[in-house]
Design a binder for this molecule. Sequence first.
Ligand SMILES: O=C(O)CCC(=O)C(=O)O
Ligand SMILES: [Fe+2]
Length: 270
Amino acid sequence: MTTLQAPPPPTLDPTNPNIQTWPALGLTLITNFITPAEEQTFISAFHTSTNIPPQSSARKRLSQHFGHHFDYTTFGASTSVFTPVPDHVAAIASRLPLREGVDRVPDQFTVQYYPPGAGIPPHVDTHSMFGEALYSLSFGWGVPMVFRVAGGNEARKMRLPKRSLGGETGGGGSGSAVVEREEGEENPSWELMLPSRSLLVMTGPSRYGYTHGIKGRKTDVVDGVSVLREGRYSMTMRSVRRGEEIGCDCEYPGVCDARIREELEGKGGQ
Ligand SMILES: O=C(O)CCC(=O)C(=O)O
Ligand SMILES: [Fe+2]
């Protein structure tokens, strides 16, 4: 059991107590983003759907995809596997906060179920394949998400010839390679509680220059009280980059797949 390390203080929206932002990080958390009734719809839909792969272990994460599936070999969107987006998912997508002229309505959706105790290793979602804004809706239960400044260790792992793949039971995120942290490397990190029915929006530094992950543990300390985790669900929403849009010019070349590809191709003498 680990105690939460507090995130930097948020900026509060004077007109809406549900909105907390960290402008320097490009991070926003909106509580009560969906109603309890919508949450129930999502949970029942997940359990009655037919496109969830068989669970290899009751303790592992389960993923379900809508739109172009996430391809765990390219870390991008599948060009061939597509599942139509159900109405309850499209309804949420249509009310996401978009920055005018910058963000597009997401067209790829990954619903994941985390049994109690399950987590997701720290990772950086693939920069080049998806639009900047990543949206994650939490439901069923609240858990803390760990953010850590991506450093040399992440950069090294991303340069390995064969990266670990996160499949249905996943190592890494549904949008990335796994980044395991090595001992002795302690970049600044903190945990942000993602309450059930909240929406997290990652842009800028939190999207490109930080890893995010969820510790696999049975208990969380919330407001000083130890609570047993229950099953948590999330829906990650991304917009797929296509053709000329694929690429990235972020300020974090060390953990940018587009830059790493260029660098490795350069080394290969092309
Ligand atoms: O469960 C979440 O909130 C985040 C999942 C995630 O990071 C991913 O799918 O890439
Ligand atoms: Fe992720």
